[in-house]
Write a protein that binds this ligand. Sequence first.
Ligand code: PLP
Length: 457
Amino acid sequence: MSTENDDITNLQQVALRHYWQPTLPWNTLAESGPRIATAGEGVMIKVNGEWGYDAMAGLVVTNIGHGRTEVVDAVRDQLATLHYASTFHFGSPSVIRLAEKVASLTPGDLNRVQFSSGGAEAVETALKIAYQYHANRGEPGRTKFIARQDSYHGISRGALSVTTSSYGDRETFEPILPDVPRWAPQPFYYGREDRGESLDDFTRRCAQAIEDIIVAEGPETVAAVIAEPVSFSAGIAIPGDAYWPMLRAICDRHGVLLIADEVITGFGRTGKWFAMEHWGVVPDMMTLAKGITSGYFPVGACVARDHVFEAFKGGPEVTYKHGFTYGGHPAGGAAGLANIDILERESLVQNSETMGQYLLERLEGLTGHPTVVEARGIGLMTALELVSEKNARTPLSVLPDAIPTLDEAMHARGVFTRSGDKLFIAPPLTVTEADVDGIINGVDASLTEMEAKLGLA
Ligand code: PLP
């Protein structure tokens, strides 16, 4: 009789033979064996047969947590009634209702929702809308995009063309969209206070750099600025309060569209439904995915303001000829509606704010570690900045064994997250104080173990 562990060993062997798992180096996989996830419940996930905290909510996806049978039932019922209808020819009830719901939640007149299967496709949709919006309005020369250093918008080629985060490895794939994006600084204040520049001055300088680029390129050549309200990939880069209002004013001044990529921050992650609400700014388009269904079905969305949609009203010559076979899948509509229902009914956006504050306090308590120089966060999107030497702020990864040792220690203690120079903690929004304590205790002990092994104590 095979035991669960036998099955895992067997699955690992088969995976090493046939499963091309992206992003993880082959040597690491071959040495330690791929980790096999087999079940999820609430904020917990079972990996290699052991339960532990899903401390990064998958890839910051599972906002309502694992094992929510209401969503499973809604998806199953939908599949049984109408499992698919051509998304180019029909709307279906769940999809239309989800569009209505998303429009009611997103700020201002962000009223037009176009669905896809994930975040990168939502970004592609937004970038192409920007091109055609200007062309339809008689400005076909507006083809450039302004993006920021260290931002992440996805790995399909258009999305990668506005991504510089190391998670995307854009250099390997150059030229992507040649000569299209222009890079602006990321408003990531970490380490800046040492150089005597206030957060407000730094923020304004970063925003002003965007206007300088627009002017230098010629506003008549610029289609849009794309940015995450709070960049996760840059390390939870929380801009100062002036940033987003300045970007809004700059884009308005130059007729440039403003795209807020809320793929990771949307649906309560930062303690508000959408992170842009922290600054009261309405972008021209918003891209969404992840928390829209909490991963129960792959769905992304691009939401456009009324004035953007106006440019596409008319005959075939202005119609947006774009669309994915699975953009607007009925089961995705059902998953999104059931997911949002849970977020509302259980006040999970509020819980994200409350538990986020508690989590940040507990993380700040870890800054006594010789390797922890800063804790930062907004809602349930938090990170520790890890260093090998505090005064010089030398990244921990200069010590090649440090991150793998920490990762192993956390895995052994049942805390699953993504470690690196930034240790991210972003659990499901259902997290309780006891869960936060469990995660923090695991991280604390793992840091101590890693520091002792590397002689950093
Ligand atoms: N945009 C942002 C801000 C993201 O964080 C991500 C993924 O992490 C994406 C876009 C790409 O989404 P996907 O992986 O669903 O294509």
